[in-house]
Design a protein around this ligand. Structure first.
Ligand SMILES: [Zn+2]
Length: 362
């Protein structure tokens, strides 16, 4: 199978995913079935195929309201323990079937308490689901390790509470913390108390920064809040100047991000849908990878973008001519950047990832 990586061949090599939202990755059929089971009446259609197309079209619409409506539906059907277990289990199975060997899946527990679940019950249901999904995948010979990240919503004021929740469950499969939601008007420093709490407790966190909004958000996330990774971070490219003769110069923030090896959780299709990039071919990931930033490739929302890790990598192969060595580099970058014990990261790199690419690298 050496040669140009095809989608089918990419699906067979080990992959690592760091940025994926639980409420952005449901199967359309599951949304329909959970809506019926839980009495959620808001779906635009009860036909799974049509609904799948509706999610992608809504996310492509260019309207923020329509985009946010997609999450109102997924979160709307995820308000019971059974629903959370099922969604998490299927996410683990779907990722494993795509050849993902290690995934960090994130969600905001505060979005699933509309019908009276406690935050702790939400976390426990999701953990149970991932354990079940990983077990079912392993029975089919697909091994996946899933770690969860707990998000706080920037527009709410519960970040410290969610950070405490993440620390409370860190020995039960919760690997870290993040803030999600609208970037503009909600700078990371609004949640400084949460980040200070996490740092005092030696806990891991990433921050959605530099997606729609620019360098100030990235700078705050790293230098004020202490983020270990950047969710998207793609606007760091605004601090990279390319002269007419092709000479590239990095500003001080871009240099810092690259030199400190701060991982960028890049989500190409999602960025095109939200307008953060015009197309995959024009996505800054090409330049950032060439400059050897610590680039990782992610899905963000598999349902809304109609994507998988493999399809994102295949799109990059088409756009930038990447070969197997590049795909292995993205994968090892991600594994190195995981919120997982160092010895376990190393073991996955040496016993799963490198052997999985070895025959392809001649
Ligand atoms: Zn995201």
């Amino acid at each position: 199978m050496p040669g140009v990586p095809t989608l089918e061949a990419i699906r067979r090599v080990p992959k690592v995913l760091l940025h994926d939202h639980l409420d952005g990755g449901l199967r359309p059929r599951t949304v329909v079935e959970l809506a019926a089971a839980t009495g959620y009446a808001g779906l635009p259609t009860a036909d799974p195929d049509e609904l799948g197309r509706w999610f992608i079209a809504a996310a492509n619409s260019g309207s923020l309201e329509t985009y946010l409506e997609t999450f109102a539906h997924t979160c709307g059907v995820m308000q019971t323990e059974e629903a959370l277990v099922r969604v998490a289990a299927e996410a683990a199975e779907d990722l494993a079937d795509d050849g993902v060997v290690y995934a960090e899946v994130r969600y905001a527990p505060e979005l699933f308490v509309e019908r009276g679940l406690s935050l702790d019950t939400v976390v426990e249901a999701v953990q149970q689901g991932f354990a079940e999904g990983a077990r079912r995948a392993a029975e089919r010979g697909r091994n996946i390790r899933v770690v969860t990240l707990l998000c706080a919503m920037r527009q709410h004021a519960r970040a410290l509470e969610i950070a405490e929740l993440a620390v409370r469950y860190r020995d039960a499969g919760v690997g870290g913390f993040d803030i999600a939601g609208p970037e503009e008007g909600y700078p990371p420093t609004r949640n400084l108390d949460a980040f200070e709490y996490l740092r005092r407790n030696n806990a891991h966190f990433t921050i959605h920064a530099g997606e729609a909004f620019g360098l100030a958000s990235i700078w705050e996330a790293i230098q004020h809040c202490g983020a270990e990774r950047l969710g998207h971070g793609v606007r760091i490219v605004d601090d990279v100047k390319t002269a007419g003769d092709g000479h590239v110069q990095l500003g001080r923030l871009a240099s810092y991000v690259r030199d400190r090896r701060i991982p960028l959780e890049i989500c190409p299709s999602s960025n095109v849908q939200t307008g953060a990039a015009r197309s995959i071919a024009e996505h800054p990931i090409g330049l950032l990878a060439r400059l050897r930033f610590r680039v990782t490739v992610n899905t963000d929302n598999r349902l809304m973008s109609g994507c998988t890790v493999s399809s994102e990598l295949a799109a990059l192969v088409d756009a930038f001519g990447y070969g197997w060595a590049d795909l292995q580099w993205f994968t090892i970058n991600a594994m190195k950047s995981a919120f997982l014990d160092f010895d376990q990261r190393l073991e996955l790199i040496n016993t799963v990832i490198k052997p999985g690419y070895a025959e392809l690298l001649d």
